[in-house]
Design a protein around this ligand. Structure first.
Ligand code: A3P
Length: 303
């Protein structure tokens, strides 16, 4: 299936499909989810580049829509990894091109994906009742978070490349699920065209005021918090349960491995805005900032 696609290496073998560099082993899942996924009324799609706040968004969304089933103190998040509560379309649901486990015990169904907007199923894009939430992150922190994630891994798929080599590739757009700019811009434009269908969040805004963003997310999803819930402090409680500090402290998120031997604990690191400053040289920062400024010029999207 990948024979005719352009190829590169960055952390792992990549193939270019829909102008996006996907990990080669995921191409069957990416293509099948695009061609076969049928959106149902009310479906929620959580989209992001890896290392942009996916885990957090899964925890927050799951908590919002299931809050009548589980009180914060009984949240499944306390005993189950966020990535097992909300599965990835191209990962778990269409792995190897085979649809599986698409039904879910409750409605709305929630799915996650890292694919570009161009690679989303037409059924998602055409549906009037299916909502997409995109979370993005400053590319400097996104790049560094990715690097830390794989540096901590003992995965056989990770190939030895220096941070400088990886940075050059990131700037060229050759990085898993990248180019960063087109991935962001496609969802950004969709959110401007159909604000009732696509919500564009940033990791930085979530960090700065989690409670306000949580309310915004709940409203968008059609599950607004009532005055009574707000008065009871439910928004703050959900924010606390989903916080990095809490999730990181839970046994379920400390042990075991996920895809290709990635330690579960590596999904929960520092979660700081601007951590790149401790790892990238001023010249690297300038290069990526300049590039981002150029690529986003005129779009209204600023980092
Ligand atoms: P850092 O590497 O900067 O610490 P993703 O979930 O898309 O894989 O992104 C991972 C990044 O989000 C990591 O950033 C991780 O620490 C941070 N993260 C994971 N869970 C979080 C949470 N509940 N709240 C805030 N940040 C979180």
């Amino acid at each position: 299936m990948t024979d005719h696609l352009p190829k590169e290496n960055c952390y792992a073998p990549l193939c270019k499909y829909d102008d996006t560099w996907y990990p080669s082993y995921l191409i069957p899942g990416v293509v099948a989810s695009k061609q076969l996924f049928k959106a149902e009324e009310g479906d929620i799609i959580l989209a992001s580049l890896p290392k942009s706040g996916t885990t957090w968004l899964k925890a927050l969304t799951f908590s919002i829509v299931n809050r009548n089933r589980f009180k914060p103190q009984d949240s499944p998040l306390l005993t189950t990894q966020p990535h097992d509560l909300v599965l990835g379309l191209e990962f778990e649901h269409f792995r190897d091109g085979v649809p599986q486990n698409l039904d879910q015990p409750s409605r709305p169904r929630i799915f996650a994906t890292h694919v570009s907007h161009a690679s989303l199923s037409d059924s998602i894009k055409a549906s009037n009742n299916c909502r997409i939430v995109y979370v993005c992150r400053n590319p400097l922190d996104n790049f560094m978070s990715y690097w830390h994630f794989f540096s901590s891994s003992k995965s056989q798929y990770i190939q030895g490349e220096t941070i400088e080599e990886l940075f050059v590739k990131y700037c060229k757009g050759v990085h898993p699920y990248c180019p960063f700019w087109s991935h962001n811009l496609e969802y950004w434009k969709a959110s401007l065209e159909k604000p009732e269908k696509v919500l564009f969040l940033t990791y930085e805004d979530l960090k700065e005021d989690t409670v306000s963003q949580l309310k915004r997310l709940a409203l968008f999803l059609g599950f607004p918090f009532t005055e009574e819930e707000e008065a009871q402090g439910l928004v703050e409680e959900i924010s606390m349960v989903c916080s990095l500090g809490n999730l990181k402290s839970l046994e379920v998120n400390q042990n075991g491995v996920r895809d290709h031997g990635m330690p579960v604990s590596s999904y929960f690191r520092k979660g700081e805005v601007g951590d790149y400053i401790n790892h990238l040289t001023p010249s690297m920062v300038e290069t990526l900032n300049k590039l981002t400024h150029e690529k986003f010029a005129g779009s209204g999207l600023v980092f």
